[in-house]
Design a protein around this ligand. Structure first.
Ligand SMILES: Nc1ncnc2c1ncn2[C@@H]1O[C@H](COP(=O)(O)OP(=O)(O)O)[C@@H](O)[C@H]1O
Ligand SMILES: [Mg+2]
Length: 512
């Protein structure tokens, strides 16, 4: 009871902040809501502080204001354009994760708690905070042997604070699921559970250390790329210590130029290395913005910050490569087949029509006038196709897509004339010849292995689909419609609505 009240109070506070940013019942969505909500929205907009144009931008500002759990919610929503829509996801993807630092004294206490020794006993020098985000902050330090390190420390009490907010999210999701049939199809409860699980990974820095170590091992033969080594004895759940990378941040173009760094070569390296991670190893850095890359003193590309990583299994990698390969070879029919075989397009759609849609994406790219090709726009068009064909988007592929857009942006800033296909082709070709090149040994063998490999991971999906179909049948009778992309707006509206009704519900439930 008390905790329910606390949850609703929290939601009400969030509702208030959202309203102040005109992100609660945004004017763009108001017409979708019932009259009383519309009225509340109009009232809430009086004196709203949000001046940003798009609802996604206003929502991002409100989330930044609301703190870590909401920043994570925003970042997570950004990875699900299939649920929240492309534009909103894109705006949320630009969410700034910067916060005032906590004190150096508190940081020292955290280290002492984690290792049972004072900072002086563990480090030779230890700096004031150099960067602070919603979950952790970073310090510069030197070890007793003189080597320089970066020390990342979780915010004090962040687990408990985030936990309380997530509990409130879970309650809101349960309410939404109970009251709105349309929103239920989008599975808000499951959405919050997945959000919690992904945040839990970021709340344990040992896992980030594991990611750094795995990536370093994968990339050890890449002489131009550097991943900082983990200092394991000084790493714990709340503290991560890694080698310091001294050099020039990728965002500082003037400094790169002063050093005489070949920006065109660097841009290519960024793209190729990302594709190598994704295709070759199936384990990729999923937060490749310029703030997480440094050109070290030897001119190598240094990667830092391994809080968000993506994984692609063999099947996803192969599908990804075959899709790119199909586009390069202009074999749209084959690309369409791959999508159908992998179960990405639900049965009932025409493979020919799908191939036709893909052709419309691919042919404009074939002029080889590649300077003009805007990869993110191509991917956007691909997403439009996915909506048109009710495609089931696998979260890891969405994460891959989003990271590719980020990587493209970074490369383009370094070299505005970059040719994305040219940069990507060697890595894709290499993967295709090694893996899909099995073809040379007989199409049959290839088909057989692929079938076996693909059916297995799809089984749970089938079972889930059958279960859902049955559920729909029970609810609506035989004429049930499958969930369509139009429901997205409904979820967005429901999410905002949940915040708005937080106060009213708090009162109603408390009196019950
Ligand atoms: N190994 C490192 N070498 C040099 N600078 C680092 C290193 N690790 C972190 N930093 C600095 O600290 C900042 C924050 O660290 P980061 O791991 O990116 O944390 P966050 O998850 O908060 O972005 C970085 O942007 C960079 O300036
Ligand atoms: Mg970072």
């Amino acid at each position: 009871m008390i905790s329910a009240l606390a949850d609703y109070a929290r939601l009400a506070r969030a509702g208030w902040t959202l309203a102040r940013h005109d992100a609660l019942i945004p004017r763009e969505f108001a017409h979708l809501t019932p009259a009383p909500v519309r009225l509340a929205g109009a009232v809430s907009r009086i004196g709203a502080v949000g001046r940003a144009k798009r609802p996604g931008e206003r929502l991002a500002l409100a989330f930044e204001k609301l703190g870590p759990a909401y920043v994570k919610l925003g970042q997570f929503m950004a990875t699900r354009p299939d649920i929240v829509g492309f534009e909103l996801a894109d705006d949320l993807g630009r969410l700034q994760d910067k916060m005032p630092p906590f004190s150096e004294a508190a940081a020292r206490r955290e280290i002492e708690k984690a290792f049972g020794k004072p900072v002086e006993a563990l480090f030779e020098t230890f700096s004031a905070p150099i960067a602070a985000a919603s979950i952790a902050q970073a310090h510069k330090a030197t070890l007793k042997d003189g080597s320089r390190v970066a020390v990342k420390i979780l915010r004090p009490q962040i687990e408990a604070k985030a936990g309380r907010e997530f509990r409130a999210f879970a309650r809101a999701a349960a309410v939404v699921e109970a009251v709105s049939k349309a929103a239920r199809r989008m599975e808000p409860v499951k959405f919050v559970e997945t959000l919690k699980a992904s945040a839990a990974i970021e709340l344990d820095l040992r896992l980030e250390a594991g990611a750094a170590s795995e990536l370093a091992e994968n990339l050890k033969s890449e002489s131009q790329v550097r991943v900082p080594g983990v200092v394991w004895p000084l790493t714990a759940k709340r503290v991560l210590t890694v080698e310091w990378i001294s050099g020039t941040p990728l965002g500082d173009l003037a400094a790169l130029d002063r050093r005489g760094v070949d920006r065109r070569a660097l841009a290519k390296l960024v793209i190729r290395n990302f594709l190598t991670q994704a295709l070759h190893d199936g384990f990729f850095h999923a937060d490749m913005h310029q703030g997480n890359m440094i050109v070290d003193d030897d001119g190598r590309l240094g990667l830092i910050d391994f809080g968000i990583m993506g994984r692609l299994d063999e099947q996803a990698r192969r599908t990804f490569a075959e899709i790119i390969y199909g586009f390069i070879a202009r074999d749209y029919r084959r690309t369409a087949e791959v999508h159908f075989e992998a179960g990405y397009v639900p049965p009932g759609h025409s493979m020919e029509a799908f191939a036709q849609a893909l052709r419309a994406v691919g042919e404009p790219l074939q002029g080889r006038n590649a300077h003009e090709v805007d990869m993110s726009r191509v991917l956007q068009q691909l997403f439009d196709v996915t909506a048109l064909f009710d495609m089931h988007l696998r979260p890891e592929l969405v994460l891959l897509q989003r990271t590719m857009v980020t990587v493209e942006g970074v490369a383009r800033v370094l070299d505005p004339g970059i040719d994305m296909w040219d940069a990507a082709t060697p890595v894709v070709k290499d993967y295709v010849t090694r893996s899909i090149g099995l073809e040379a040994q007989g199409e049959k063998l290839r088909a057989a292995t692929r079938k076996a490999a693909e059916i297995a991971p799809r089984l749970p999906h089938y079972v889930e689909a059958i279960g859902k179909a049955a559920e729909r049948y029970m609810e609506n009778g035989a004429a049930a419609e499958p969930a369509r992309s139009g429901d997205r707006g409904a979820l967005a509206a429901a999410l905002w609505f949940a915040g708005a009704s937080g106060l009213a519900l708090a009162a109603a439930l408390a009196l019950r």
